[in-house]
Design a protein around this ligand. Structure first.
Ligand SMILES: NC(=O)c1ccc[n+]([C@@H]2O[C@H](COP(=O)([O-])OP(=O)(O)OC[C@H]3O[C@@H](n4cnc5c(N)ncnc54)[C@H](OP(=O)(O)O)[C@@H]3O)[C@@H](O)[C@H]2O)c1
Length: 311
């Protein structure tokens, strides 16, 4: 059989968000598999420079229905790693419309499975931040398309290059004394990037089981303050955390001054979400997927090593 015939028999997987953190980290693993990988981006020329030779790059925007129909044509599994927080005031509405458009196009083109990574947080919490509320809503809309949707919900993804980890790192590296809102006592279950990737890869190959929501995290429930202290400990930094009851605009600005302008909007929404507990509340993911996440100290250690390699 010719190479061409052989390759045309392979299932096609669409990766959105390949220029972003999670998608960018997943891409090399997909490229090693016996599948055809197609990446969708708003800037194909830029992305083409960082993909393998056999990976197809197509122009597409989740807000443009026709481009989605083209990108999803012939696709079996589609990864949805898009959020519109960085460029939108009304990101909730835009994310809602984008998910609707993507779900409908996936249904019409015969996609068999959508795999989505959203955020942890309790749906029943009336004070859930707009960011987390929107992440959950996107999952719900994708499921409503009736295409089987596997939604993972994660807290902070610990890895060099992850914006939420980067925020914590920048703060701890630069501020010997941190004035912290009480939110830093909120419990959270961060997760190592490699464990996230293992879940995302396992979801592609798992037998059909209907749509589902899977909460994922390391086995350790810690506070954001605890994460900062552990990061500082591993880096040999002496840091003092001084807690204040509210995060004033001044304090918020102080924190955000440490991120780049491009990350400012996303950073603002992420910080708002720190007040919500982000913990794993059931064992669905552990029961369904053969992934056993590492502890948070080891995850931080790996991310520090990765950051040092990158500099
Ligand atoms: N990083 C974390 O710590 C973390 C934690 C929990 C959950 N998550 C979830 O994981 C997912 C991916 O997060 P990430 O950190 O990898 O995001 P990211 O680095 O900010 O990347 C976002 C991606 O969205 C794409 N995008 C934005 N607007 C688009 C549009 N109109 N049409 C098509 N694509 C668009 C961008 O692609 P182009 O610019 O190439 O078009 C970009 O690659 C999100 O759902 C996020 O909520 C992340």
């Amino acid at each position: 059989m010719s190479d061409l015939t052989e390759s045309s028999k392979r299932p096609t997987v669409l990766l959105t968000g390949a220029s972003g953190y999670v998608g960018g980290r997943l891409l090399p693993f997909l490229e090693q598999q016996s599948i055809r990988v197609r990446c969708m981006t708003r800037n194909p020329d830029k992305l083409r420079q960082s993909v393998g030779q056999s990976t197809q790059v197509v122009a597409g925007d989740v807000q443009d229905r026709d481009s989605l129909m083209r990108a999803l044509e012939g696709v079996q599994t589609a990864y949805y790693f898009v959020h519109l927080m960085s460029n939108a005031r009304d990101f909730e509405e835009q994310d809602r419309q984008a998910a609707r458009c993507f779900g409908e196009a996936a249904k019409q083109t015969g996609v068999q499975r959508i795999i989505y990574l959203g955020g942890l947080g309790d749906d029943g919490d009336p004070k859930l931040s707009p960011h987390l509320r929107s992440r959950h809503e996107v999952g719900e809309i994708l499921r409503q398309s009736s295409v089987e949707t596997i939604e993972f919900r994660a807290g902070m993804v610990v890895g060099a290059g992850s914006l939420s980890f980067q925020l914590m790192k920048s703060l701890t590296d630069r501020l010997p004394v941190m004035i912290c809102p009480r939110w830093l006592t909120t419990p959270t279950q961060a997760i190592a990037i490699q464990d996230v990737l293992d879940y995302l890869l396992a979801a592609k190959d798992s037998p059909q089981c209907g749509s589902g929501v899977y909460e994922i995290g390391s086995p350790d429930v810690v506070t954001y303050g605890g994460l900062i202290r552990e990061y500082a400990r591993q880096r040999g930094l002496r840091r003092h955390l001084v807690f204040v009851p509210i995060l004033t605009p001044y304090l918020s600005g102080l924190w955000l001054a440490l991120v780049t302008p491009a990350e400012y909007e996303v950073g603002r929404h992420l910080i708002e979400g720190l007040k919500n507990p982000t913990v794993v509340r059931n064992s669905n993911a552990m029961e369904t997927f053969p992934v056993r996440p590492i502890g948070v100290s080891e995850a931080i250690g790996r991310a520090i090593a990765e950051s040092q390699l990158a500099t």
